[in-house]
Design a protein around this ligand. Sequence first.
Ligand SMILES: Nc1ncnc2c1ncn2[C@@H]1O[C@H](COP(=O)(O)OP(=O)(O)OP(=O)(O)O)[C@@H](O)[C@H]1O
Ligand SMILES: [Mg+2]
Length: 594
Amino acid sequence: MIRNYIANSIVAKLWLTIVTMVVFVLLVLSILLQQFFDNYVYQQQARELARVADVVESLVEVRGAKFAKSVANELEVVQNAEIRIAVPLSADQNLAHSYRQFPPDIRRRLDAGWPVSIRSRSAATDTVSVYQLVHVHRQAGLIVVRQQMSVLADAISRMRNIILFATAIGVLLFTGLAFVISKNLSRPLVQMNKVAEEMARGDFNGRIDVVTNDEVGRLGRTFNALAGQLKRTIAALSMEKEQLSHILSSLEDGVVATDLEGHITLANPPALRRLATALLAETGEAASGRLPPSMHKLLATVVQLNEPIVRETMWQGRHMVITMRPLYESEGSKIRGMVAVLRDVTEERRLDRLRKDFLANVSHELRTPLSMMQGYTEALLDEFGDDPVQRRELTQIIHDETMRMKRLVNDLLDLAQLESGQFQLSLCEVELVSLAHRVHRKFQTLAAERGVDLNLAACTEAVVVLGDADRLEQVLTNLLDNALRHTPAAGLVAVDVDRLDSHARIRVADTGSGIPEEDLPFIWERFYKADKARTRGSAGTGLGLAISRQIVLQHGGDIIVESAPGKGTTFTVVIPLAQDSGGVHNWSGDTGNG
Ligand SMILES: Nc1ncnc2c1ncn2[C@@H]1O[C@H](COP(=O)(O)OP(=O)(O)OP(=O)(O)O)[C@@H](O)[C@H]1O
Ligand SMILES: [Mg+2]
């Protein structure tokens, strides 16, 4: 545990290093001191003993060995030493033996008259012996003064204790000091570590308190600057990312990015929706988040060609334009995926087709009367010019065709104005029951001619709406005209006018040919005719219902159709009742009574 703590803490490491260094220095110091002291004491003792030996030598030389011995005995007590005198040398066998055992250089020094000190140390004893050679009557003798070193052991051990004590005090002192220093040094580092960990967790608000101006302080300042910069960069990045995702999600076009394997890395909702549909259609899988096989093929092509491609395909009956371009690694030209834009151009294609159809239809509708007029005028110019009856007949046809063309052009103009919202309705209160009666009367002769029963069932009271009387009559006229035209003899066309809560309702029902169900959505389009072959020529142009619908819409109402082929067709028009007619109240009162 302690090892772990030391390994993980810079404070502990610094402290341990400093304390180890201090202990080591003090230890070396104490050893050196002890040695020096020991040596010093030995030197001093040897010098002292040499002096004693010197005195004894003088005594031996001047007063003889005997006297010297007796003085030496006194001196032994005083000096706490052992003094031995061998004159001549052979007088003391031990000493003579020792002398012979001396190495040559010591013997040379002794022979030259110098005292020689020798220290003999064993586990039990530590003695200093000083040898001195004397000459009495040409006879050589030897003096030895010997003393125990142990007399100084006390002093040395005290000194050692002092050194130990000093070491202990030093360690304690330096421990505290090292702790304070390392703590101060490492505090910013520890703080930096904490803040860095917070940053790794995504919190960039932590800062380090910089108090010093040294390297650690500067590091702390740099660290703070770095954290600030990082925070700003990340904020800018996430803002950009959010902006991008907002832009992507508000796009109508689908945008999708994938890696090389086709895993989707980014996609907006329209892309996800379209890809999921395509995947379901192509593989039968309902999993979202994968590219459909057709897109995989495109991806492979893009990777192979290494350039953007544009393809137009049909997905579930919708025209899609797919623009796919390669994505590169940030450094270099290695492809890492692709980004594709999926654009639904169905509406554009439809409008395109409508425009072309419109042009074709207008040209076609104009060509028929024009070629007829051309034929008849040529006839007039050539052969029939002289016969007044035939001329009149031909002129009448030309006039009819001109009227037809005029009607067509007028209808087109009306429709264009109605669709662009420029058409001005001259609004006034229109009573629909009388209007229905008028139109009913208008068509009675035609109905009788065709053998069709034309019925009108109108509400007994006034049904008043705010509208343009001529335009509303045009709507009803067109509906009745259509009904009569598509109902065979012995059929029935029924008109009824009624009022609902807040709306007037006109219904025109016939028992005619009906309209195929798949054609129903298109009958409101310009130039639509269910059976082109039959109605071409003297019959309508296919603009009536388109105009009628626009007129009804302009009145704030609606028009719907129900039809079954072979059984008949019913058109229903509803238009809001005029507010101040009071009809709503009266009418609800009537139902209450009835
Ligand atoms: N009551 C109906 N029964 C069967 N088909 C109808 C009926 N009303 C309209 N249609 C079909 O809808 C087509 C469009 O009608 P619309 O009134 O717009 O044109 P039109 O009658 O042919 O020409 P226009 O009204 O301009 O003279 C008709 O050609 C016909 O095929
Ligand atoms: Mg019509």
